[in-house]
Design a protein around this ligand. Structure first.
Ligand code: AMP
Ligand code: MG
Length: 402
């Protein structure tokens, strides 16, 4: 087991742990939040036929070179309509947005640029070929449009439908066990006895797992006893693809996740040189990847965001650019001095706002790793290299949380 590794090393070691990938067919109506298993091509041209971008008149451009030309109205082309009038010299057809261009016409005059007089129309503005949306100008039949590993969001799902697919191959969601450990933890909604606190990590971690497009299986809190922990880990290893624990990975006598993993599991690394989130543990239990996250609420979120999320995305087959992710790397200008951490990458919580010439970062609440409010009051994390303090006005790397 390696100890006190850098974040890069932690990611490299974690990437040796994998979960099996399976695919399933998912109907369009359930596609939101899913990840494409294979590239997707369009079944049709889009637009499927030349059509008008405006309500107005389909005309022959050469008939409309002078203002005030009068054309004979020969019919109407409407969206979804079938019968198209032939437009010959000196003629115009009324046309609605999205309606097919009638034969003979090669330009559109906007309705605002015309005056209708009985069965004639006076043209008072330009006849524009550019108002015709050409067949296949957006997508061509059989053209590969979406990459494997793309996360399907609102725009992607509309695109999938536009391409004519009613169902697509998606990656099955892996199931990740979430196990909180600690004698002091009780469920919100009950009364606290002295020394007790409300258990919150399993809810936050479940939400993070779901945000990554996986399924979480939350276990009841495991108390600080080796047998109970072993039984729960065994159950999780049987029924889930990966295991997250929270708490019990520090140096203390009751830090049983670490002790059990050292004695009976296959630990890969323990402790990462990051602050907050120092003591995470990673390895496998009964051949299932296990991440032992620190119990401090901020630490558990930060370790998930910086280690578990990228690992999970990779395991699921997500595309680096287009798959699910929880943070974007950006550059921010500090509006106050920020102290770094000795020998550790310092991830202080910052609020990122868009200033006049770029992103500006401020800090608000207490930064303690026990203060989960700091993850709500802020929307980013600094990426201050070890042993570096930064001054107000400096531009540094940061993670912008989604
Ligand atoms: P541990 O890593 O078990 O030493 O826990 C570190 C700190 O995080 C302690 O103050 C715990 O009470 C707190 N903690 C541990 N697990 C949770 C949890 N599931 N929800 C909220 N706080 C927790
Ligand atoms: Mg504990």
């Amino acid at each position: 087991m390696e100890t006190s590794v850098t974040l890069e090393r932690a990611l490299a070691l974690a990437s040796t742990l994998t979960i099996p990938r399976h695919t399933e067919t998912t109907p369009l109506s359930l596609l939101s939040g899913r990840i494409l298993a294979s590239p997707l091509s369009s079944k049709v041209d889009d637009p499927a036929f030349d059509n008008s971008a405006m309500d107005g008149w389909a005309v022959r451009a050469q008939d409309c070179t002078s203002d005030g030309t009068t054309l004979e109205i020969v019919g109407t082309s409407r969206a979804g309509g079938e019968q198209l009038p032939q437009v010959s010299t000196g003629q115009a057809s009324r046309i609605m947005t999205g309606a097919p261009i009638p034969p003979g016409a090669d330009a559109i005059v906007m309705v605002e640029d015309s005056a209708e007089e009985g069965n004639h129309v006076k043209i008072l503005g330009p006849a524009r070929p550019g108002f015709i949306r050409k067949q296949g100008e957006n997508l061509q039949k059989d053209q590969e449009i979406l990459r494997a590993g793309t996360l399907i969001g609102p725009a992607e799902i509309s695109l999938v439908a536009t391409m004519g697919h009613h169902e697509v191959e998606t990656l099955c969601k892996p199931t990740v066990a979430v196990i909180s450990t600690g004698d002091e933890l009780v469920q919100p909604g009950t009364n606290l006895s002295p020394g007790q606190i409300y258990e919150s990590n399993s809810y936050g971690l479940t939400s993070l797992i779901e945000k990554m497009g996986a399924t979480a299986k939350r276990y009841d809190v495991v108390h600080d006893n080796i047998e109970g922990l072993r039984t729960t880990l065994n159950d999780a290893a049987e029924s889930c693809d990966a295991i997250l624990t929270s708490g019990g990975v520090s140096m203390g006598e009751w830090d049983l996740v670490r002790r059990l993993m050292e004695d009976e599991g296959q630990p890969l690394f323990w402790k990462v040189r990051i602050r907050p989130g120092g003591p995470p543990l990673c390895g496998s239990w009964k051949n299932k990847p296990l991440f032992g996250l620190p119990g401090n609420p901020v630490s558990s979120h930060v370790v998930f965001i910086s280690i578990v999320a990228p690992w999970l995305a990779e395991c699921m087959g997500a595309d680096h650019e287009l798959g699910p992710r929880l943070a974007d790397r950006i550059r921010v200008k500090l509006s106050e001095d920020i102290k770094g951490a000795p020998k550790k990458l310092c991830m202080r919580r910052i609020r990122i706002e868009i200033g006049e010439d770029g992103f500006v970062a401020t800090t608000h609440t207490h930064q303690g790793s026990g203060n989960i409010h700091s993850m709500v009051a802020h929307n980013g994390l600094t990426l201050l290299p070890p042993d570096i303090d930064a001054k107000a006005g400096e531009i540094i790397d940061a993670l912008w949380l989604r």
